[in-house]
Design a protein around this ligand. Structure first.
Ligand code: FPP
Length: 247
């Protein structure tokens, strides 16, 4: 992956882009193929997008791979999505390690098969020292679940006497989220024309610019990413203030 030198990246490039990769099922249906075919083509779109983000100097990319609500899907489709994570890590991890990409996986580890939990730990451990680009995979992830798990850990620390209730601030709360230490997304893209957040990064997206595009995820590519970044550039970010100053 050709990553530009930091000085070659335009200053207004979003630092963090989060993507709801939607439309795999419809893409497959249009081709009279099973939904799982749409998901496997979705992995190809993911590969293209990670590479394109690197080339454009976007340092943090978060993708929604499997939501806490996806457990309601047929078991065959759930198994296919888990297999795709296995395949993606098996095929791409060495390259990600070499190319300086740090992998983070956010979401609940509860209820995951042991080999999936091990694969996630391996991907995080092997890329731990990388910093050129960050790929954050939301897997078994739900924004409400993430906030509830953070609140539970805060309550545990308060009752153990490790944390005083008056010290629970926005910054402190953030340090209990799965995304602790990562910047908030500047731009959140959802493909396939749906206009919802679907429980994705509810806390972190507080000031993200939302861009909804009609393209179905398996068709997403560098040009689509550049078009979304173009839409982001046309927005005026005020963060609740009256000009474009950051909070
Ligand atoms: C939404 O499309 C997409 C998903 C539920 C899964 C996204 C997963 C991938 C792109 C590949 C696997 C991920 C990793 C991390 C390797 P949909 O099925 O809801 O599409 P539809 O709305 O058209 O039915």
């Amino acid at each position: 992956m050709a990553q530009p030198s930091p000085t070659a990246v335009p200053a207004d490039t979003p630092r963090h882009i989060a993507i709801i990769m939607d439309g795999n099922g419809r893409w497959a249906k249009q081709r009279h193929r099973p939904r799982t075919f749409g998901h496997s083509e979705g992995v190809e779109a993911l590969r293209r997008t990670v590479e394109a983000a690197g080339e454009l100097g976007v340092r943090y990319l978060t993708v929604f791979g499997f939501s806490t609500e996806n457990w309601r899907r047929p078991m065959e489709e759930i198994n296919a999505l888990f297999d795709l994570l296995r395949l993606y890590v098996a095929r791409d991890l060495d390259r990600l390690v070499k190319e300086g990409v740090r992998v983070h996986v956010i979401g609940s580890r509860e209820g995951l098969q042991a080999d999936i939990a091990r694969i996630i730990e391996e991907a995080e451990a092997k890329t731990r020292h990388n910093d050129a680009q960050h790929l954050i995979i939301a897997f078994n992830y739900g924004g409400q679940d993430e906030i509830a798990r953070a609140a539970r850990r805060i309550a545990e620390d308060v009752s153990a006497g490790k944390l005083a209730p008056q010290d629970v601030s926005v910054d402190r709360f953030e340090s209990y989220l799965d995304t602790a230490g990562l910047p908030a997304p500047d731009l959140l893209i959802r493909t396939s024309g749906e206009l919802r957040l679907s429980n994705f990064m509810l806390w972190q997206a507080a000031y993200a610019e939302l861009v909804f595009v009609d393209v179905l995820w398996p068709d997403f590519d560098k040009a689509a990413l550049q078009a979304a970044i173009g839409a982001y550039h046309r927005r005026e970010r005020r963060f609740g203030g009256s000009d474009a100053e950051q909070p």
